[in-house]
Design a protein around this ligand. Structure first.
Ligand code: SF4
Ligand code: SF4
Length: 407
């Protein structure tokens, strides 16, 4: 039986949280949630008699000029194995769900559709296309809609567009066509490098939402792009907010073991702190977190009921130093600087999928999309690397590992 809890969150801080039915949980889970909800565990057990409040008691953030009211937490559907987790998230009141055509070779959209059956009109549904041309994008959209079991998306993103050229006229035309056909309500771009594409997106004036990488390891590095996009009324959604906290997808109490040299095991509380860090920025309407099980879902849900506290800030500072040699902050300062053409920030990101998220297939799939000449480069053959990362990443060492694992 799914738990139903509805947080009340506003700019003055976390408020009362209404407990729902926690009787199905063992005592450790009740204690865990009690800690998060600032209630005694016994109170949670007794509260099973209290009817769960309607999801309308949740507060929302506005997704820019779309006017959509979204929960600060978006269910990231990249790694779904059981549609009942999706249903549970919706029952808890999460109203924003994100996927992509490419996730799990289409199985993500399929399982998300099953989990949201009968709930489509209550949620904001987002998906993405990796296609690079008009016809390909429109064909992908039809497959997406079929997989999700719906006739329209709320936001349809061009997926992973990290430079202006990737937001091609053909793809934007496909998006506008889809909107006219009623297949999507709003248009979006997802990017790992918002600074590179913000001016282009604002200049085009076609897009309503930008989904971009944003986490505590980046500090203020995204602030200028955020301000630019926000001034244009574009709704902002964050992704990869918890990746540098390590430990695999979704949190769930720090079960990660750390993978690879220089990748520390996840510290307890780091995942939750990372998510709270992103949500403390009021410019961020919602943060997408990939969730794989109920523990992760419940832990992530806590982030919309609590504020980042000083102890958590200190914890994130420690984690930030721990991961420095291994985690690329995606500042893109080194992009284009390898004389052999290695797209360093991208390859380091692929490696982070494996080492920080525990998703080797995602890392390898991305690596295999690189041109053959790039895949054949061996960084171990360089006496020294031409790239000195100002953020302390051991670039050559990390790239050697990526090539050993993926090539
Ligand atoms: S390797 Fe360093 S310089 Fe290059 S994108 Fe990553 S953090 Fe920035
Ligand atoms: S080690 Fe050599 S090939 Fe690899 S990124 Fe550095 S300069 Fe480029």
């Amino acid at each position: 039986m799914a738990a139903s809890v509805a947080p009340v969150y506003n700019d003055s801080g976390p408020k009362i949280v209404f407990p729902g039915d926690f009787t199905h949980m063992d005592s450790s889970r009740r204690d865990f949630l009690a800690a998060g909800l600032k209630l005694p565990a016994a109170g949670l057990a007794a509260s099973a008699l209290v009817a769960a409040p309607a999801p309308a008691e949740l507060t929302y953030r506005t997704l820019g000029k779309t006017g959509l009211k979204v929960t600060p937490l978006t269910f990231g559907g990249g790694s779904i194995t059981d549609p009942s987790l999706v249903t549970r998230a919706a029952d808890m009141g999460i109203n924003c769900f994100d996927t992509a055509r490419i996730y799990a070779q289409g199985n993500s959209e399929r399982l998300l559709g099953v989990g949201l059956k009968g709930k489509r009109d209550k949620v904001v549904l987002m998906s993405k296309t990796e296609a690079n041309d008009r016809a390909g994008a429109l064909a992908e959209l039809d497959t997406t809609l079929k997989g999700l079991g719906t006739d329209h998306l709320d936001v349809w993103f061009l997926h992973a567009r990290d430079n202006p050229a990737a937001i091609s006229a053909g793809c934007v035309d496909a998006q506008e066509t889809a909107k006219k056909q009623g297949k999507t309500r709003f248009l979006g771009v997802s990017t790992h490098d918002p600074a590179a594409v913000a001016d282009h997106i604002v200049g085009l004036g076609k897009h309503d939402v930008v989904l971009f990488t944003y986490n505590f390891s980046m500090g203020a590095g995204r602030d200028a792009a955020i301000a630019k996009l926000r001034a244009a009324g574009i709704g902002l959604a964050a992704m990869k907010v918890t990746t540098p906290s390590g430990g695999g997808f979704g949190g769930g109490g720090g079960r990660g073991a750390g993978r690879g040299p220089g990748v520390p095991a996840q510290k307890p509380g780091a995942h939750l702190a990372a998510l709270k860090w992103a949500l403390k920025n009021p410019a961020i309407a919602t943060a997408t977190v990939t969730m794989t099980d109920t523990d992760a879902l419940d832990e992530n849900f806590r982030a919309i009921t609590e504020r980042l506290n000083p102890e958590e800030e200190k914890l994130l500072a420690v984690v930030n130093e721990d991961i420095r040699p291994a985690y690329c902050r995606m500042c893109y300062q080194c992009d284009g600087n390898c004389p052999k053409g290695v797209p360093v920030p991208s390859v380091l990101r692929y490696l982070a999928y494996a080492d920080f998220n525990g998703d080797f297939p995602m890392g390898r799939r991305n690596f295999e999309g690189l041109p053959q000449a790039v895949r054949q480069v061996r960084c171990g053959d360089c006496g020294s690397c031409a790239i000195q990362c100002p953020n302390g990443v051991r670039v050559q060492e990390r790239l050697v590992r990526a090539q050993e694992m993926f090539a």
